[in-house]
Design a binder for this molecule. Sequence first.
Ligand code: NAP
Length: 523
Amino acid sequence: MTLTGQMLIGQHPLRGSGTAFRAINPATDTPLEPAYAGGDAAHVEQACALAWAAFDTYRETSLMARAAFLEAIAEQIEALGDVLIERAAAETGLPRPRLQGERGRTCAQLRTFARTVRAGEWLDVRVDSAQPEREPLPRPDLRQRHIALGPVAVFGASNFPLAFSVAGGDTASALAAGCPVIVKAHNAHPGTSELVGRAIARAVAACSLPEGVFSLLYDSGYDLGIALVGDSRIKAVGFTGSRSGGMALCRAAQARPEPIPVYAEMSSINPVYLFPAALAARGDALAQGFVASLTQGAGQFCTNPGLVVAIQGPALQRFVQVASDSLQHCAAQTMLSPGIFQAYQRGASALADHAEVAATGKAAQGPNQGQARLCVTQADAFLANPALQAEVFGATSLVIACTDSAQVRQVSEHLEGQLTATLHLDEADLADARSVLPLLERRAGRLLVNGWPTGVEVCDAMVHGGPFPATSDSRTTSVGTAAIQRFLRPVCYQDFPDALLPAALRHDNPLLLRRLLDGQREA
Ligand code: NAP
């Protein structure tokens, strides 16, 4: 399959007019063909006009038809075969097995949303039947369902070129909700984006859907992305990436005459708490598990354990020693792009300016290879210096030594919002854990016991979200089936004749939905 360097506006491949750019193979620091070029205002206009024209038809597709479309996308991605894996490996430096796993996750995610769509629970149908005899006033017939928000702009991340990119969780959940999607491709993996974008476009055609259901745009700078967010026909934004990028899109969305929600997943350092009994009983194993989690995938996970919190003493010293010994043997790993590598170098050395470096991994053997690093500081220093809380995207972590459990709580209270917080504990630690738990519930979207935060299951109960700056909206998740709720809004129909009601709300319940009927959930 030959890459063309073209955008996709509906079914139409089109070359952008902006400055040409190429993906860089981070393992060799060499550019990859073909050249891509960003679109301009006219391309944004065309894509948004098509998406708007498709919206009313697409949002009323039957549950079966929409689910079949999501499954068709998964099939089209799988049909790309090895070409997709080869290109993604060249553009990201990620190992092939990791990318094969990520493709599996991406397709499984699409199929999970297909099941969710079919089940129809997301419509959240509520019926309050008319009570004409009620005194002092009669009650009208009231029926609620959820409908799609409108066309959604999606900005994918560099660290998951498949699962958080063109056909990733934001796109899958927006399409599942009934929203047309316009993706602004990530410039670090334009070829991977083109392949997946064309797979989605093929699924649109195969399912006889309006072409505006999906478009893929490139940007030579940031102008097109900002213009896309500013277009009045875009009704929500999904974003994964840096805090600065997410905040730029939030500002653009808020500055519109009609502000819209931006669901941005941005920055998290994912504190790991080592409670005293667990640390004393199995500190060595915890140190090994920690280093494995920290260095996995060159540490390029939003759930990477960037902070360890524990009470100072011999058990913590031993933990740092064992972790340092293990970390010193970790090879430097190719990072996703020269930009991510340079940001890592800057972040890791800024951290080293303020904290003691306990260990570094093996030196780089090639371009863009990030060297793992473990730093240590006292809680007082952490509390006094905001620089120690900055996310270092890569395999660097900071251990905070606290004087006692009161200081552990003080550190917890001081933390910014997080995607995750992890508690390593034994039976004897339960009282201490209980005392910090209310603070962590306020700080994080997912709390884990005796595990590691890297690895995010796609399922119904998952929360991949959290208070700012982990995300721009802590009420939602960007992973798991609940992600669909970001792109829906409720509409109530009062005293509608049955013939005018949408199928989901009709009296005979033709979609067999489990409605909330007069206060009772139907079986
Ligand atoms: P990024 O630089 O924020 O880019 C994400 C997407 O947003 C890209 O399409 C990018 O365009 C666009 N963008 C960025 N800044 C923008 C702006 N000011 N205006 C308009 N569009 C903008 O994220 P990244 O490349 O994936 O990673 C960079 C950093 O993000 C990492 O070093 C790390 O700190 C953080 N990160 C966090 C997570 C997380 O989940 N928390 C995940 C990945 C990365 P271009 O393609 O043109 O650059």
